[in-house]
Design a protein around this ligand. Structure first.
Ligand code: GDP
Ligand code: MG
Length: 715
């Protein structure tokens, strides 16, 4: 009797090499009937009664490619006596997916753990005994290339084929396992024993061919369909997705502790940290704490000291003494002196003063990114984003946007799904960028000197706006659709290089100073001019009579419900559209930065007197969420590639900012001061609208897509 051995495995695992080693030259090459997939068969060297079939290299037994169908049909219809599953020992997780499906066929099997020479060369170790025990089938470590242990492998394969042990099916998640066994009971007698398990799995996965092949009565069909639907309900995915997920879960259990890398210590430390940091319940609180600390260090403590020093020493002593003294000695015209001291120094100085805080923030964020923590956050957020239809991929543009929205928006290019990409572009700039940091530091410093939660709260406000917008907009036709699977390589944690962090700090700091010296400078001069002159181009003593004041008063009433009816705040918000730092520069000019600095104090008290703290917070919230600067809007338009959507995005951002600020101010005043009026009602109404949109069932249902869960082939 002839023994038939089938060689199965992923591409590039050494199948051909092994086949050649086993058969010597006695191979025949042809095509499988009907398809041009190469077919190789041969006899085992020196044993004419052992036939070896080299199956095409495949990642899974799903029926999506010609290769997969060939392998599948061969295994199920020809039913070889034994399978040699050849897997790449350095790539266990990926390779074992096919192994799981091969085990499901119930055909006796031996695993050839190939490339064992590479493992040894790397100084790594594989616990073959443990793997064998968990897979419940013989595992032999070999090197097909070097001919190592091939004899042993073939002995094991022949022995297994003779003994034909009872199939050891993988044990998947219990409710899926139960469903498959119940389906098995419903199969007609005509399905042979050895095929029953595989058939049940295929029926469970809703494989069309299998549903046609198996002759099932209508009521049995309905019972099976009911079993599948119950699982889908429970697992919140289609049955095919559930199967592939449970296979991967099982694989994760199998490989635990099987492969030991040379830098095991580093890896095990990483695993220990990850167990906490990516824990289902702890991940988010830890992330919140980390971001709180980052802002606390940058805005409230270390960075703050640097900023205070710059303001006290540089703008309080050095600049007035030297520059001021020099200008005085020149006996310039008063307006020119005013332009330089009250315009340029005040505006640019107010912005530059925040440089130390920004540098510390850059350093903290660069550290988190380089040490590998942020990659974990993408992974953690994927779980949350997925619930409302985005994937962890959307976090990367958000991460980039913490530096600047322009590259952040461009980073969304990596998102293949058009709707998801657009939604990410629309929302990414809600996260505070570099330019918004001076606003945060100014408001936090002026209105909330002793409340360290205020600065970090802006990060969460931004994150909240992204998530809330995501949930709401996903329910519209423009942005609907299911997220694609998200795969991210989690690197081992490592200490970032000091120079790398310095470089990031330097580059971002440079860009910031450059902007202060150009855009902010320009805006400052314009603001200084408009606030210093009236419509007859005469200098005015009192800025309230200036051109700027008249212009500002036109827009100011719009913002009155937000708590800041002052024309200066309206003007500052408008200049912020050019560059967000302008808001601070404008305040510097309008609230007398230069005078205050000369007295050795800040202009903050002036500012804090003009509004109540709640209005300050609402002003900050509005400017954080409102349309980003022109540069970012330009990037948004280029990347949206659709003018209507761009317009929608800009309007949406403005309206959201307005609504959020209104809710904060009006409900805050109601709570704190008991003030209740028309606008409180409006705020309550809008809040109810948000809640309705968040919880309403999807009015627009996207057509269901199926995904191919096969892991990516290696390069
Ligand atoms: P197939 O795609 O599965 O047929 O894989 P091949 O037999 O074509 O092998 C892919 C590559 O892996 C070739 O470059 C082989 O030389 C190499 N290779 C195969 N087996 C081994 C092994 O045991 N050790 C090492 N180091 N390389 C191997
Ligand atoms: Mg090959």
């Amino acid at each position: 009797m002839v023994t038939r051995i089938a060689l199965a495995g992923n591409p590039n695992t050494g199948k051909t090499t092994l086949f050649n080693a086993l058969t010597g030259s006695s191979q025949r090459v042809g095509n499988w009937p009907g398809v041009t997939v190469e077919k190789k068969e041969g006899q085992l060297k020196g044993a004419s009664d052992v036939q070896i079939e080299d199956l095409p290299g495949i990642y899974s037994l799903s029926p999506y490619t010609a290769e997969e169908r060939v392998a599948r049909d061969y295994l199920i219809q020809e039913h070889p006596d034994v399978i040699i599953d050849i897997i790449d020992a350095t790539n266990l997780e990926r390779n074992l997916y096919l192994t799981m499906q091969l085990l499901e066929t119930g055909i006796p099997m031996v695993v050839a753990l190939n490339m064992i020479d590479v493992v040894e060369k790397n100084g790594d170790k594989v616990d073959i005994d443990l793997l064998q025990e968990r897979l419940a089938c013989p595992v032999i470590g070999i090197s097909a290339l070097k001919g190592q242990s091939i004899e042993h492998l073939i002995q094991a394969a022949l022995k297994t084929s003779q003994e034909a042990p009872e199939a050891a099916f993988p044990t998947y998640e219990s409710y899926i396992h139960d469903a498959i066994f119940k389906i098995k009971e419903k199969l007609p007698e005509s399905v042979e024993d050895y095929r029953r398990h595989w058939t049940s799995v295929q029926l469970f996965e809703r494989d069309e061919d299998m549903w046609k092949q198996v002759k099932l009565s209508d009521d049995k069909k309905a019972v099976i369909e009911g079993l599948i639907e119950a699982c889908e309900e429970k697992g919140d995915d289609d049955s095919e997705g559930l199967m592939s997920a449970t296979r991967y879960d099982y694989i994760a259990k199998i490989i635990q502790g099987v492969y030991h890398t040379a830098d095991e210590e580093k890896q095990s430390l990483t695993d220990k940290i990850d167990a906490i940091v990516t824990n289902r319940f702890l991940a988010l609180p830890i992330f919140a704490l980390v971001m709180y600390l980052v802002y606390f260090i940058a805005v409230s403590t270390i960075g703050k000291q640097g900023t205070d020093w710059v303001n006290d020493v540089v703008f309080g002593e050095v600049v007035p003494k030297y520059l001021g003294g020099y200008l005085d000695s020149l006996h310039l015209m008063p307006w020119l002196n005013g332009l330089i001291m009250d315009g340029l120094v005040a505006g640019v100085g107010a912005v530059i003063g925040f440089l130390p805080q920004m540098l510390v923030l850059f350093a903290c964020l660069a550290f988190l990114e380089e040490c590998g923590y942020m990659a974990r956050i993408a992974f953690v957020l994927d779980r949350i984003f997925r619930k409302f239809g985005l994937s962890g991929k959307s976090f990367i543009p958000i991460l980039v946007s913490t530096g600047c929205g322009v590259p952040g928006i461009m980073a969304a290019r990596t998102i293949e799904n058009d709707n998801d990409r657009r939604l990410t572009i629309l929302t990414a700039t809600f996260i505070p960028c570099n330019a918004k940091l001076p606003i945060i530091a100014l408001i936090a410093g002026a209105f909330f000197p002793h409340q360290s939660w205020v600065a970090p709260s802006t990060y969460f406000l931004g994150m909240g706006a992204i998530i809330v917008s995501g949930i709401m907009l996903k329910k519209t036709r423009w942005f609907s659709g299911n997220p694609a699977p998200f795969v991210i390589e989690l690197p081992a944690y490592h200490l970032p290089s000091f120079t790398g962090i310095l470089r990031t700090m330097f580059e971002r700091g440079k860009a910031f100073v450059k902007k202060a010296g150009t855009l902010v400078l320009l805006a400052t001069v314009i603001v200084w001019f408009l606030q210093g002159f009236n419509w007859h181009l005469q200098m005015v003593e009192e800025p309230n009579h200036s051109i700027l004041a008249t212009l500002g008063r036109i827009v100011a009433p719009i913002f009155a419900p937000l708590g800041w009816p002052d024309w200066r705040a309206a003007v500052a918000s408008v200049t912020g559209l050019l560059a967000k730092e302008n808001l601070v520069g404008t305040f510097g000019v309008l609230f007398g930065f230069a005078e205050a600095a000369e007295d050795g104090s800040d202009f903050w008290p002036q500012l804090a007197h003009a509004f109540n703290p709640l209005a300050g917070y609402s002003l900050m919230a509005f400017n954080l969420l409102c349309v980003p600067c022109f540069a970012a809007v330009g990037a948004l338009r280029r990347e949206m590639m659709d003018d209507k959507l761009t317009l929608f995005a800009v309007v949406y951002q403005c309206v959201l900012a307005y609504c959020v600020s209104l809710i904060i101010y009006q409900l805050g005043m109601w709570y704190a001061e008991g003030q209740f009026g028309f606008w409180t009602l409006v705020a309550l109404f809008i809040l109810a609208g948000f809640i309705y949109m968040l919880f309403i069932k999807k009015p627009y249902k996207a057509p269901k897509k199926t995904y191919d869960y096969r892991p990516e082939p290696s390069k």
